[in-house]
Design a protein around this ligand. Structure first.
Ligand code: DGL
Length: 258
């Protein structure tokens, strides 16, 4: 079986990383639309167009299933893509539901891209589960830029996180929901700000459970061994430096999740 994992950039590695743990013997195509990243500050129509182009490409590569490993693209394009294409198209959404369900009644912060924060999909989700009005929403677009530039632990990142978050009084939160897959690369720094008693969660676990269930339901046959091909906006990545960078980030995610 050939599984496509699609994001605007390296955020999707979070989902790839988890998918490989649950389905270790498959062919993966990782598609980062780096030419058009960041998605979260663009308008809806543009993201729908980029997502369609990515899915067309991935179907051309023989993928059996597409996982949109991007909260932004899921919120604006997933329903449209599902109507247009026959293959299973899975998405990711901010883990607001588990945050509220497992909460102890303190505040919950969802951080995501401006487009995800603006979109109706997130507001509908929050309205459904946030009975006691505990959920706050905050856009943090610069984290995507830092991640795409390969900057994860710099002083500039730390300064940005403090500037954006200190004023919200981090001590009052029991959970931070990472509503953008890029933000997982900053999990350690976010944990430092909110303290060890605050949970930091994201939607990739739910997405991968959905992937496993869909694969079983469809009866797709296992490829028998692991392979991962990386594409950037339709071009196969062959540059060793870039491949090493992707590998380094997957190993780093291993440590972050440990
Ligand atoms: N990683 C994406 C998300 O989960 C989008 C980041 C971006 O390109 O703005 O929303």
């Amino acid at each position: 079986m050939r599984i496509a994992i699609f994001d605007s950039g390296i955020g999707g590695l979070t989902v790839l990383h988890r998918a490989v743990k649950s389905l270790p013997e498959e062919e993966y195509i990782f598609y980062a639309d780096t030419e058009h990243a960041p998605y979260g500050i663009k308008d809806k129509a543009e993201i729908i167009g980029y997502s369609e182009a990515a899915v067309d490409f991935l179907i051309g590569k023989g993928c059996d299933i597409v996982v949109i490993a991007c909260n932004t693209a899921t919120s604006v394009a997933a329903d449209i893509l599902r109507k247009k294409y026959e293959l299973p198209i899975l998405g990711i959404e901010p883990a607001v539901k588990p945050a509220v369900e497992h909460g102890r009644g303190s505040r919950i912060l969802v951080i995501a891209t401006p487009l995800t924060i603006r979109e109706e999909k997130l507001h509908r989700l929050v309205d459904q589960v946030d009975e006691h009005h505990l959920v706050d929403l905050k856009e943090m677009p610069k984290l995507v830029e830092f991640a795409q530039a390969g900057e994860f632990e710099s002083d500039a990142v730390r300064r940005y996180l403090h500037e954006e978050l200190d004023g919200l009084h981090p001590e009052g939160y029991e959970c931070v929901v990472l509503g953008c897959t890029h933000f997982n690369h900053f999990k350690e720094m976010i944990r430092e700000i909110f303290g060890r008693d605050c949970a930091v969660i994201d939607g990739s676990g739910g997405t991968v459970r959905n992937l496993v269930a869909t694969v079983q339901k469809k009866g797709f046959l296992s490829a028998g061994s692991l392979s991962i091909e990386y594409y950037e906006s339709g071009k196969l990545v062959t540059d060793q430096k870039k491949l090493d960078f992707y590998r380094m980030l997957l190993e780093r995610l291993d440590k972050i999740d440990a």
